[in-house]
Design a protein around this ligand. Structure first.
Ligand SMILES: Nc1nc2c(ncn2[C@@H]2O[C@H](COP(=O)(O)OP(=O)(O)OP(=O)(O)O)[C@@H](O)[C@H]2O)c(=O)[nH]1
Ligand SMILES: [Mg+2]
Length: 276
């Protein structure tokens, strides 16, 4: 605990007011620390020991309320520490004491969901939620984005979903997927030949972003410009409906999309208060 700390590492002590630490952390996220000007940190780490553990947890909860969408990773360890006792006349006695340490990492970008201390952000409490529209090229992402004019209201939770088109290039999807809270996977359900391609791409995304809630839209392109090319595909026969929850829809009219979004909203993590 005695090594020098980086500007975005904060050692919490019981002596100072919590607001001092909260303000400091907010400045670190915003890039307005006096000794690190212009550096907006992606994450901060709060460290506390012994009696300051509770303070550390409180500060984390306050920060998560102030900056909704923060991912959290908490670790607790304990160490044996030598404590010196006595005034010297009888000789110094040293006593070993077990001291608990906590470190709480709060991050704007996703943390490893496999980690035992992982806590997803409380997206359910956020008013505006970013949702990526992803899928193979020509699936209907841009069409849906245009139809919905970039956003949708979710009646069930009272949230606004801000839609972000991830674009045709899979190599670029990370730019969007790294910053959103959920994903809508769009499949061109009129193109049987590319169904397998779409499934594999979705699996790759799920592997890379396992914490992202998602739903599949089977774009049926009901009123295609060239009806002969677009023979409708029976939903479920081609797409893997057992593995992925999917909704038939029509990206041009928006039919079926609302139901899918309500379902996606129901998957959003509530967030959990720390139990220390
Ligand atoms: N009739 C009809 N056509 C659709 C529908 N959705 C998409 N299309 C057509 O399908 C084609 C591809 O749609 P886009 O929205 O451009 O697909 P995209 O996923 O954005 O494609 P990329 O940008 O290449 O990744 C366009 O010609 C759209 O007009 C639909 O619901 N009905
Ligand atoms: Mg497009």
């Amino acid at each position: 605990m005695s090594r020098p700390l980086a500007p975005n590492e904060i050692r919490i002590t019981a002596q100072r007011a919590q607001t001092v630490y909260v303000t400091y952390a907010l400045h670190a996220f915003e890039g307005s620390l006096p000794h690190a000007p212009g550096i907006a940190y992606d994450f901060v780490i709060l460290r506390g020991m012994g009696q300051s553990i509770q303070t550390c947890v409180n500060i984390a909860e306050i920060l998560k309320k102030r900056l909704p969408g923060l991912f959290q990773n908490t670790h607790i360890t304990s160490e044996l520490v030598q404590k010196q006792k006595g005034n010297g006349t009888k000789g110094k006695r040293s006593k070993q004491q077990l001291v608990a340490y906590i470190s709480v990492k709060l991050s704007k970008t996703p943390l490893d969901p496999e980690d035992v201390g992982f806590q997803p952000p409380a997206i359910r409490t956020m008013k505006r939620v970013r949702i990526a529209l992803v899928g193979c090229d020509m699936s209907g992402k841009t069409t849906l984005h245009t139809t919905m004019q970039g956003e949708m209201e979710v009646a069930e939770t009272g949230q606004t979903f801000l839609l972000e088109d991830a674009g045709p290039d899979e190599k670029q999807w990370g730019r969007t997927l790294n910053v959103v809270h959920g994903m809508v996977w769009i499949v061109d359900a009129t193109d049987a030949l590319r169904c397998g391609e779409s499934k594999s791409a979705l699996l790759r995304c799920r592997h890379a972003y396992p914490y992202l809630p998602y739903v599949v839209l089977l774009n049926q392109k009901r009123f295609p410009p060239h009806p002969r090319q677009c023979s409708a595909i029976v939903v479920g026969e081609v797409w893997d409906t057992e593995q992925h929850v999917s909704f038939p829809c029509d990206c041009q009219t928006g039919r079926g999309v609302q139901e899918a979004m309500e379902y996606l909203a129901s998957l959003m993590p509530q967030g959990v208060e720390s139990r220390f």
